[in-house]
Write a protein that binds this ligand. Structure first.
Ligand SMILES: Cc1cc2nc3c(=O)[nH]c(=O)nc-3n(C[C@H](O)[C@H](O)[C@H](O)COP(=O)(O)O)c2cc1C
Length: 189
């Protein structure tokens, strides 16, 4: 089969798709859908999120230097898309989705109650990259719903039902079946 060269672009797939919550100067909460998000450090635990300066959430996060990364599950996909196509400048996205905002422990931005996992973050650094600004956030509080936890604090994936995004196809996907656990090949040629 042949191979075609395309102009360089960010064709890394799948990516996570996350719901980031923040508050504006008046304390009003907002939600932004982000695919440019990932783990950037383990100790201290840190996450990077890239946001275009024109997004309403960009100013909110820059103003408070705080945000919450909420991980949606499959059944939230319609709301995930909606929070990525309308702006908090005109629309209250908690009203729009019907999701419940619950107070966080350490930051002003709320948690989205329906999400199985929430990470409260403090911004440590902002790096302008071009189209996007990269916010590097330290995770200062972590919440996991009891029903998606297995013993020893591990996540029960069939219960959490994570959602992925595939930029090359512009599609949301659910995960398929598990293929092995970390290190399952060790000592087994
Ligand atoms: C699947 C998906 C992924 C997105 N990822 C990003 C992203 O990583 N960075 C970004 O700046 N905008 C991203 N967007 C666009 C914003 O979510 C969108 O512009 C949103 O309406 C901005 O909301 P706000 O103005 O309330 O902040 C994404 C949208 C979708 C649907």
């Amino acid at each position: 089969m042949g191979r075609k060269s395309l102009s360089p672009t960010t064709l890394l797939f799948p990516t996570p798709v996350v719901l980031v919550t923040c508050v504006d100067g008046k304390g009003k909460p907002n939600i932004i859908t982000l695919a440019w998000a990932g783990v950037v450090n383990s100790e201290p635990p840190m996450i990077g999120i890239s946001i275009r300066p024109e997004r309403y959430s960009h100013g909110c996060i820059k103003g408070t230097m705080e945000f919450v990364v909420n991980l949606p599950s499959e059944e939230m996909v319609r709301g995930v898309d909606a929070c990525g196509v309308v702006s908090g400048r005109e629309t209250d996205k908690f009203d729009l989705t019907g999701w419940k905002a619950v107070p966080a422990e350490k930051v002003k931005a709320p948690l989205i109650d329906e999400c199985p996992v929430q990470m409260e973050c403090k911004v440590k650094q902002i790096i302008s990259l071009g189209s996007h600004d990269l916010f590097l956030g330290e995770i200062i509080a972590l919440h996991v719903k009891e029903e998606v936890q297995k013993e020893r604090g591990q996540i029960d994936i069939p219960k959490a039902l994570p959602l992925a995004y595939c930029p090359g196809a512009r599609e949301y996907w659910s995960l398929g079946k598990p293929l092995g656990h970390y290190g399952f090949t060790k000592g087994k040629p």
